[in-house]
Design a protein around this ligand. Structure first.
Ligand SMILES: C=CC1=C(C)c2cc3[nH]c(cc4nc(cc5[nH]c(cc1n2)c(C)c5CCC(=O)O)C(CCC(=O)O)=C4C)c(C)c3C=C
Ligand code: FE2
Ligand code: FE2
Length: 337
């Protein structure tokens, strides 16, 4: 009798690591963006409005207007290797694989679009992995990101007969390895600038404010990262002021404040001339950092009177970030030995 597709022929005792990020369109055109947004914004973890009320708004309004606008934004940051988020996440998986060597098989997946989580989990199983670490690359826990990735894992679990042993990487917003990586990487980038910033803005993706009152730890996680990174900078760069903001507001509800664009304008107006902005909540540069911060953020700040603006890169595939990911991964794998 044929074996079912998810049934590995030989079990080898191998360990798999699946890096997971949010997902991105396959191409910077309205059709691909629409497909992506439809999947993303239909996730009940992302838009917590009953489907009966939300789906008509999504299908009737948002999916008819936003894809064209967003596709234009994606086109401005698209690379030869595709969407920056996709290219960088693939690079992180390759870099982690070479750091871990025989200790694990590393793959990557996206919560939305491709490579799909279920296919990548099946691939690890087919390669003989009896233990799999699923690592959502979100330092700060939120229902919309971390929990949603775990929902997709749960769906995969429910649909398979034979399962590996599983672990998931916890949020790492206050992990000394993450704080040290951010401080080292951002310090190096700041030292390489041709100006001395007065202000380092730490901009995190926003969330509806309501989620904070419902008990989502996201806001507190972001604030704690800022405090810990700020303590390091107070030692190394005592004249650098550090502020926290939230970007990428979506929809009509109140989102976490202060908003990044509002603060950039207010700082420019009150006479701040030189700003560096970083986005510690994003493991990889993406639309939200390369277009919203680096292009529109600069325009906002300069129009308000600023003269020097630098958008700093995310940890991406740099040594500081990869050493941190290796340390976090090895710690989880050690729990299995
Ligand atoms: C890093 C953490 C993220 C949180 C928290 C988050 C919450 C969140 N996002 C939306 C709506 C959109 N986000 C979009 C893009 C996007 N979001 C994240 C990360 C977080 N989102 C990333 C990494 C990206 C970039 C994807 C890329 O392709 O580069 C978009 C799509 C782009 C657009 O049309 O503007 C939307 C929409 C909500 C509603 C939400 C919390 C409830
Ligand atoms: Fe988002
Ligand atoms: Fe908080």
């Amino acid at each position: 009798m044929d074996r079912p597709a998810d049934h590995p022929t030989i079990l080898t005792g191998k360990v798999g690591v699946l890096l997971v990020n949010l997902g991105t369109p396959d191409a910077p055109d309205a059709k691909s963006v629409k497909r992506y947004l439809k999947q993303f914004l239909s996730d009940k973890r992302v838009v917590e409005i009953p489907a009966i009320a939300w789906q008509p708004i999504l299908r009737g309004i948002i999916l008819n207007t936003r894809p064209k606008k967003s596709a234009h934004a994606y086109a401005q940051v698209w690379t030869d290797e595709g969407s920056p988020l996709a290219a960088i996440t693939a690079g992180q998986a390759r870099a982690l694989q070479s750091r871990l060597g025989d200790a694990a098989i590393v793959r990557h997946a996206m919560r939305y679009q491709s490579p799909a989580m279920d296919k990548e989990l099946d691939a690890l199983l087919a390669m003989g992995c009896e233990r799999i670490l699923v690592a959502p690359l979100y330092p700060h826990y939120s229902g919309a990101t971390t929990a949603s990735a775990l929902d997709a894992l749960a769906d995969w679990i429910k649909a398979r007969r034979r399962l590996p042993a599983l672990r998931t990487l916890p949020p790492y917003h206050d992990d000394p390895a993450y704080i040290a990586a951010l401080h080292a990487d951002l310090s190096r980038q700041i030292e390489a600038l041709d100006f001395v910033p007065e202000l380092l803005l730490l901009s995190y993706h926003g969330m509806p404010e309501r989620t904070l009152h419902l008990g989502d730890p996201y806001h507190c996680h972001c604030r704690k990262t800022s405090r810990l990174v700020g303590e390091r900078f107070a030692q190394s760069h005592p004249d650098l002021r550090i502020e926290t903001t939230f970007q990428s507001r979506f929809g009509r509800a109140k989102w976490l404040e202060p908003a990044t664009d509002t603060v950039l304008i207010a700082e420019g107006r009150k006479g701040t001339k030189r700003i560096a902005i970083a986005a510690p909540g994003f493991s990889a540069d993406c639309l939200e950092t390369l277009e919203e911060l680096a292009i529109r953020g600069r325009d906002d700040f300069v129009a308000a009177g600023g003269t020097h603006f630098a958008s700093l890169a995310c940890l991406n595939t740099g040594d500081d970030g990869m050493a941190m990911l290796e340390a976090l991964t090895r710690r989880e794998l050690a729990g299995w030995i």
